[in-house]
Design a protein around this ligand. Structure first.
Ligand SMILES: Cc1cc2nc3c(=O)[nH]c(=O)nc-3n(C[C@H](O)[C@H](O)[C@H](O)COP(=O)(O)OP(=O)(O)OC[C@H]3O[C@@H](n4cnc5c(N)ncnc54)[C@H](O)[C@@H]3O)c2cc1C
Length: 580
């Protein structure tokens, strides 16, 4: 079946929905999403969305926000894009308020703001209240607000449609082939403008805060279509994932005054970031935790430490952190009013993605763009986060660049013509489905996936080294070979989750190779990428001479990954040592 829409958006998280709200004003817009829109991972965001509104700290301004973001990115973020995002952040958040988003309020009725890691006043002087929040349900309320707005504007939703193949030719992008999960069957969505807003890729790791849907599909589809991926080696580990499950305990818990302590009952951040303590950026806190654990100072010598909010009192916890109270009770069996919560670093955020400029146009090569294709949100790499994202900057990114993508599409549409669709447009996707349904192999999806996730956790997580990365690269090749023989038990077409998961596993394997290769080649420590074999006196070496550049990974027709690099855009802030 072929559908034609001026604008097709894949993904109904904040980025996709915000774009749809924009484009649907003048163009027929379809949104496909493999999970129901309100189950997109954006809805799990707890802590907040950054904007220098100055409602609590009146001195705050966009320049401080820009400095923090650039510094947090370990100077790998593109400063033109960062400046653009933080300057319009107040407008972006106020627009969400006017759409009806129920933010928490100050006593005088303004949007309330709280502290978050790495956000400061006056270029690093002291922590600032910059995160706008709605208790610890911020993502949930933003997502529902935008979903309502999209419905009001009569956006056509295709929930439970999973995109399988990107349709591109030499002249540009023509749409996407997707599987109807509910009824079975392939659909072609032909578009003049296609936006990928498919979210992150945390599911490549065993311990992750990410939803099951975060399998980086958009990235794998782009890579297979010959597009590059940028800076994939930068994967953020959040310091407060629940022990063993990885479910997130928001950074808001530290923003509100929670303490971290180790098996010796010490607030160990004293040794790592004496000024910002628990509110240092995530990469730093995760490494501190992992060091405590590796050196035997976890709780009872085990692989976790504690976060304690009990001293904040029941009233404040219930007012500001109700969700994590439930999470701690239901998933860790502890009562945060009385007891500390066991935590460990959890794979949380994907800094890498589909390279795009600050108007969300996707790059095909280093200097050529792909007409008719756009990317926004976590699947994109506009590089506002560089090597490490600051908390609350990614809800901001998703809403801001969703909006910008919508505006770019509206501007470009008059120049984007309908072109005749090739008769073979659906064939690659059909081929993939047929191959899996008819496979006579013996390999199981769940087993290969577990092997991948465990090995990524072991060899490519908070700390990395050349030997392990090489071993992991070889291992991924082995897993890719095993994947050729993967078998589907369920041969039906309707709601065949077996089939969908097998397809997602193919994606995980494809982009994990890119993560590991990028990490192996990048011989330095920067942001979330920390190589133990590039340390001096116990401190990671950041090598600005050789590595102040973005990685671009291309998949050649023979299937091999080729790396290339491109310069970082530096405008206001020259690279400095990061001290907290
Ligand atoms: C637990 C948690 C808490 C967080 N808290 C915060 C926070 O407090 N502040 C902050 O700034 N950031 C936070 N983040 C990060 C932030 O939530 C995300 O980066 C952001 O919401 C991503 O939005 P998105 O629109 O790009 O993608 P998502 O919301 O992940 O949406 C992706 C969409 O793509 C669809 N999709 C994916 N693949 C396919 C496919 N093959 N076919 C069809 N559809 C597809 C999905 O169905 C979904 O609708 C948090 C993240 C997590 C995991």
């Amino acid at each position: 079946m072929i559908h034609q829409y001026d604008v097709v958006i894949v993904g109904a998280g904040l980025a996709g929905l915000r774009a749809a709200v924009e484009t649907s004003q003048i163009a027929r817009t379809a949104v496909l999403t493999k999970v129901y829109p309100s189950r997109s991972h954006s809805g799990a965001a707890q802590g907040g969305i950054a904007a220098s509104l100055g409602n609590v700290d009146p001195e705050d301004n966009w320049e401080f926000h820009m400095f923090d973001t650039v510094k947090g990115s370990d100077y790998l973020g593109d400063q033109d894009a960062i400046e653009y995002m933080v300057k319009i952040a107040p407008e972006t958040v106020i627009e969400m308020e006017h759409f009806g988003c129920p933010f928490s309020r100050t006593t005088d009725g303004k949007i309330n703001q709280r502290k978050f890691g790495g956000h400061s006043l006056n270029f690093g002087e002291k922590a600032v209240c910059r995160s706008c929040f709605s208790t610890d349900y911020t993502g949930h309320v933003l997502l529902h607000t935008l979903y309502e707005q999209a419905i009001k504007r009569k956006v056509h939703f295709f929930p439970e449609f999973q995109a399988l193949h990107l349709i591109v030719d030499d002249n540009g992008c023509q749409g996407v082939a997707a599987w109807d999960i509910r009824n079975g069957g392939l659909h072609i969505f032909q578009s003049r403008a296609l936006l990928f807003a498919t979210g992150g890729y945390g599911r490549a790791f065993k311990i992750t805060s990410n939803a099951h849907a975060n399998t980086g599909d958009g990235l794998a589809l782009a890579l297979r279509a010959g597009l590059p991926l940028e800076d994939m080696e930068f994967v953020q580990f959040h310091p407060t994932g629940l022990w063993q499950s990885g479910i997130l305990v928001t950074e808001g818990a530290r923003g509100e005054g929670g303490y971290l302590f180790n098996g010796e009952r010490k607030r160990f951040m004293e040794n790592y970031a004496p000024t910002l303590m628990e509110l240092a950026p995530r990469d730093l806190v995760s490494r501190a935790e992992q060091t405590e654990i590796d050196q035997g100072r976890g709780i009872g010598g085990k692989d976790y430490v504690f976060i304690d909010v009990s001293h904040l009192g029941k009233e404040k916890i219930m007012a500001r952190l109700p969700q994590i109270t439930d999470i701690a009770r239901n998933f860790a069996g502890v009562d945060p009013f009385k007891e500390p919560i066991p935590i460990q670093p959890t794979a949380h955020y994907s800094m890498g993605g589909i390279p795009a400029d600050k108007n969300c146009h996707v790059w095909k090569t280093k200097d050529e763009q792909l007409p008719g294709m756009y990317a926004a949100g976590e699947c994109s790499c506009i590089s506002v986060h560089g090597a490490n994202r600051l908390g609350t900057n990614s809800l901001l990114e998703a809403v801001t660049f969703g909006r910008i993508a919508g505006k770019s599409i509206i501007k470009d549409l008059p120049h984007l013509e309908w072109r005749e669709l090739s008769q073979n447009a659906g064939r690659p996707a059909e081929g993939e489905v047929d191959k899996l349904l008819n496979s006579k192999g013996k390999e199981k999806t769940a087993k290969i996936r577990a092997d991948l996730q465990e090995s990524m956790m072991k060899r490519c997580a908070v700390f990395r080294n050349g030997k392990d990365l090489q071993a992991q690269l070889d291992y991924i090749k082995e897993l890719q070979e095993r994947y050729r023989y993967v078998v589907i038990e369920d041969k039906s077409l309707k709601f065949n989750t077996d089939l969908m998961e097998a397809i997602e596993l193919g994606h995980l394997l494809d982009f994990s190779e890119v993560i590991v290769l990028g990490a192996l080649e990048r011989e330095e420590c920067r942001g979330a990428h920390y190589r133990k074999d590039f340390e001096k006196d116990g401190k990671g070496i950041r090598d600005d001479v050789n590595w102040l550049k973005h990685t671009l990974a291309f998949r050649d027709p023979d299937g091999r990954i080729r790396l290339d690099y491109k310069p970082v855009v530096i405008t206001r802030f020259q690279p400095m040592e990061r001290k907290y």
